[in-house]
Design a binder for this molecule. Structure first.
Ligand code: GDP
Ligand code: MG
Length: 558
């Protein structure tokens, strides 16, 4: 395939707007997979993805399509839809020249539509608007087209109306991909330049790196070098994804495919790395922002005799999900374990579910915390840490305010899209979460987009649920990293019968201390099994008790 007949594209959309279903139809219509009733989200390979109906890891597939007598190679890269996985989206996008922006004809533009649009727009990709689910009774494609025009300046007549479910107008989508998305501008005669945009681990074959070729060509036997590590490898196999790996003789500039080259650990196939030919170094491609963990939690085996099993399960699972960070940790009550960093709460739940399903383990997870920072003022501590600014991922390590000149908390810029009748309640909710309004815009007569700057810790636990329940499920939410801000933070201890329990300590904002303390004591009261003796549960800041619950002996009551 000459470069002119290659198109590399992604599908981006708000969750449930139909990315995976459209991908299935594209795979069918191009004969990549057989047309059966059972093709349900073929690119969603993981069990947890199928169960939860979400895409966690980006998958690629190469499609072959004949259009006006020319054979085209279309590389489709699926993207995850949830906010936690936004970095996966930008990863996939850097291997593309265009995107299909899918919007549900009934729901219209949602928070992730906005976030994903800007990711693609900033990457200067060709954006093809697709209105999906026109078969639905309440579909209103005209209204959605007007929203797209108002918010993104997309001309109304450029939108393609489809039903991914029924297969309506899928050919039109392929035609637009071929006509509007530019072919990659890369040369086969240049020296090899390959971008690693994803990697997975196979027990038998080792690391399988997904690569996009920005120059030159690559085949079995080539000696290549990683710009990141400077390590040398010999290529064992290259091929395309259909969507299973299918070996090919070569991969050329402009193509997307996979590579196996004796890499034993996923860390050797660093996302964003550039591979080049041995003795023909090239200027490395700008890598990606690496995934930044936003939520940390302690993980311990339920039974310490399971420690080694859990350890090897963790090692294997993190091989396939390099966005999880792992530090060894231990606790008096829970024994030896780890402190893990995740991209968000859903990511944490999904990881935990995969551990249980794929490795048959059971674990204790401590309450999640966000990465706070402290600017130290104590010379002794600065020397101890070797830095005047430290990141606190474990409340047990919260430095005392006497040795700190300032605490900092992570913030995010949140986008909320909602029908207008819920605005009042949503504004109250956001204020309660210490958020500051940045923007309010009507995207049509009935719908509003709100932007707020949130302290991250105020949204990690139950913000999304609260938003959904007060809007009867109609408001959507997405967020992006917005750096750190100064914050009046304190550490809150929980005491059981007067003894502080390290694992239950939390970091909270001063204004929220009483509410948090009360909430935690109440929750613990419900969580601790009833005993035959009295138990006092207290929340304390330093020596000061701010909340208390007492569990009294209740045998007679039952
Ligand atoms: P994703 O989260 O964007 O990947 O969305 P999915 O492809 O998983 O689709 C979400 C839900 O919408 C599934 O239940 C699909 O069957 C359904 N769906 C997708 N496309 C259509 C469509 O064109 N019409 C209708 N009625 N339902 C659709
Ligand atoms: Mg999906």
């Amino acid at each position: 395939y000459p470069v002119e007949s290659i198109r590399n594209f992604s599908i981006i959309a708000h969750v449930d707007h139909g990315k995976s279903t459209l991908a299935d139809r594209l795979l069918e219509i191009t004969g990549t997979i057989a047309k059966t009733d059972r093709n349900k989200q073929v690119l969603d390979k993981l069990q947890v993805e199928r169960e939860r109906g979400i895409t966690v890891k980006a998958q690629s597939a190469s499609l072959f399509y004949n259009y006006k007598g020319v054979n085209y190679l279309l590389n489709l890269i699926d993207t995850p839809g949830h906010v936690d996985f936004n970095y996966e989206v930008s990863r996939s996008l850097s291997a593309c020249q265009g995107v299909l922006l899918v919007v549900d004809a009934n729901e219209g533009i949602q928070a992730q539509t906005v976030a994903n649009f800007y990711l693609a727009f900033e990457a200067q990709l060709e954006i093809i608007p697709v209105i999906n689910k026109i078969d639905l009774k309440n579909a209103d494609p005209e209204r959605v087209e007007k929203q797209l025009e108002k918010l993104f300046d997309i001309p109304v007549d450029e939108c393609i109306r489809i039903s991914a479910k029924q297969g309506t107008n899928i050919e039109k989508v392929l035609e637009k991909v071929i006509e509007k998305i530019p072919p990659p501008q890369f040369n086969t005669t240049d020296p090899l330049k390959a971008l690693v945009f994803d990697s997975t681990f196979d027990h038998y074959r080792g690391v399988i790196a997904n690569i996009a070729i920005f120059g030159g060509e690559i085949q079995k036997g080539h000696k290549i070098v990683s710009a990141y590590s400077n390590k040398r490898y010999e290529v064992n196999e290259v091929g395309i994804l259909t969507p299973d790996e299918q070996p090919t003789h070569k991969l050329y500039a402009g193509q997307v495919g996979y590579l196996i080259a004796g890499m034993k650990e996923v860390t050797e196939a660093q996302i964003g790395d550039t591979l080049f030919m041995y003795k023909q170094p090239v200027e490395p491609l700008p890598g990606f922002k690496s995934a930044k963990p936003m939520v940390f939690a302690g993980m311990y085996p339920v039974d310490q005799t399971e420690y080694n099993n859990l350890k090897s399960a963790l090692e294997r699972l993190t091989l396939n999900d390099s966005s999880v960070t792992v530090h060894r940790d231990s606790s008096l009550a829970l024994g030896a374990g780890w402190r893990l960093g995740f991209l968000g709460l859903l990511h944490m739940e999904v990881f935990n579910q995969r551990l249980e399903q794929e490795y048959n383990t059971s674990v204790i997870l401590t309450a999640p915390t966000v990465p706070y920072k402290a600017v130290l003022s104590s010379a002794k501590l600065i020397k101890e840490y070797g830095n005047s600014e430290i990141t606190i991922i474990n409340p047990a390590q919260f430095p005392d305010k006497h040795s700190v000149s300032e605490y900092l908390e992570p913030t995010v810029l949140g986008t909320i899209v909602t029908p207008q009748e819920y605005i009042g309640k949503i504004i109250v909710l956001c204020q309660d979460r210490r958020a500051v309004q940045k923007e309010m815009l009507y995207i049509d007569e009935h719908r509003v987009m709100l932007k707020y700057l949130f302290p991250l810790n105020e949204i990690v636990v139950d913000f999304y649920d609260a938003l959904k329940s007060l809007s009867s499920g109609y408001a959507s939410f997405d967020y992006e990293d917005a750096g750190y801000q100064a914050a009046d933070l304190i550490k809150m201890d929980i005491l059981i019968n007067g003894n502080p329990i390290e694992e239950l300590a939390t970091i909270t904002h001063n204004d929220k201390a009483y509410a948090t303390g009360k909430f935690m004591c109440e929750r613990l009261k419900d969580a601790i099994p009833r005993q035959l003796f009295e138990i006092a549960i207290q929340a304390a800041i330093g020596k000061k008790i701010i909340a208390r619950e007492t569990m009294v002996e209740t045998l007679q009551e039952e």
